[in-house]
Ligand binder design. Sequence first.
Ligand code: ZN
Length: 499
Amino acid sequence: MGGVVFAFGSIASAAEPPSSSWVIMGASVADGTGKPLVAQDVRVSGDRIFEVGKLTPSAGERVVDGKGLVLAPGFIDVHNHSEDGLAADPLAQTQVSQGITTLVIGPDGGSPWPIGEYLEARRVSPAAVNVMTMVGHATLRELVMGKDFRRKATPAEIAKMAGLVAQGMREGAAGLSSGLEYDVGSYASTEEMIALAKAARGGFYMTHVRDEAEKTFPAFEEAIEICVKGGLPLEISHIKLATVGVWGQAQRTIQLVEKARAGGLDATADCYPYEAWHSNLEVIVPDKQYDNPASVAEALRVLGGPSRITVTSCEAHPAYAGRTLEEIARDEGMTPVALYSKMVREGGADIIGHSMREEDVLVLYKQPWVMVASDGGIDNDHPRGAGTFPRVLGRYVREKRLFTLEEAVRKMTSLPAARMKLADRGRIAPGMKADLVLFDPATVIDRSTFAEPRKLSEGIVLTVVNGEPVWKDRKTTGARPGRVLEGPSAQARPGPGVQ
Ligand SMILES: [Zn+2]
C-alpha cells in the first residue's frame, strides 16, 4: 500500500488536476505528524488528497478559502459508543461538528455481533463518518456462557471464545476490547484474557482495566501482562486516576507505561479531557457488595464523597436525574450509603463521578503516547460526546498551552491512525484519503456541559470525509460518504471486499 501512495504522489506533481478536483487555499496545514504549521494549499480529487504545496486553481475549479484557518487530517476517535447511534443518526452531527471523521466502536468489552453482519449493515446504509469496530470480550463471554457468567470460564469455554475472537477479526474487527471492571468481564481470569489476546493476533488489545479505583496500578500491570504474554499491542482506555488513594500518582503511571514501552511493548493510551467520568452505579463498589454498608461507604469515600456523584438517569426514579447522591439522600431523609443500596436494588442508575484531579489529567495528557478519544458517541449523556476534540484544541492548547496545536492534532490523527493500522489516513500528504477538518484556532471550543451534553461545539468550519464535505456552514450537509474500515486480519483475507 505504501508503494501505491508514493506513486500517486509523484504522478500528482506531473499531471494536470483532474476535472473533479477542488482546492483549499491558504490554510495553515497541521499535517498530523506534529511538524510545525505551514501555509499550503491542498487539492482534493475524488476521495484522495491529490497534491499539497503552492497551488494555482485551474479554470472552473472549486476553491475553499482557508486563510486564517488550520487544516488538519480528520480526527480519529478510537473510543466511541455510537454502535446504535450510527444507524439512528447517520449524519452524526455531534461528531462531525467536532471534526471527527472516523469512529472506532465496540470498546469496553461490548461490541456488535456478528461483526461481519454489523459492518455489512453500515456498508448498505453508510454514515457521514467512517467506522471501525473492535470485537468485545464481554459480548463473546455472554454468548458462550449465557447468564452463567459469574465465574471463571472453563478451558472449553475459553477455547470457544477464542474461536469467536478469531472469527470477529476475520470479519473485520481491529482488535479485542475488554471492560474488566464491568459485570460480565470482571469474572474473567488473566489467563482467559491472554488466551483471547492470542486469538486477536494482528490486532491490538484495548482495555477498560479491571479497576479504576484504589487498585488502578495492579490493573495497569495486568493489562501489560496480558499484552506481553498474548503478543498484542496495548491501548489503555480512558486512562485516569479516579480515586483519593491514587490521586497525584501520574508520574508512577507514566513510569509503568514507559517501562513496558522500553521493554518492547507497543503501549499507548487514550484520555478524554474532563475530570469526571460517566458509568453505572454498580461499578463503583469493586467487591460487588452493594448491600454491605462498609463496602458502599468505602466506595463513596475513595471517590471523594457522595457530593461528587451525579445521577444522569434512573429508570425507577426519573426525578433523580441531575442531582447528586448527597442531595437525593438529604431529600429522601436517608444516608447516602442506604440510598446507594436501595438504588442498586431498584435497578441501578447511570452516574457521573467528578473524581479526577485536573493536575493528573493534564500530566497524563501531555505524554506523547496518550491520544485524544471521547469515550462518547453520537447520543451521549456526558459532554465529552459532543465536545472532546474542540475542548482539547480550545482549552488545553489555546488557553492552557499544555502542548502545541500541532501536537494536539497529532494526538487526534496520526497517533490513532497508527494504532488502528490505517496506512492511508491520519496525515495530509498526496495519496492519503481526503478526511480533513478546517477549523479556526482562535475560536474553536466545546459548548457541551453536564447540563446540556449535546450542545454543539464551535469553530469547526468544514469537515470532509473521503473527499466529501459532511459539515459546512454550521450544519451537516446530508452527505454520507463514510466507509467501513476493516482491521488487519480482514484486509489480509484473499479476494475482494477490502474497504
Ligand atoms: Zn470504559
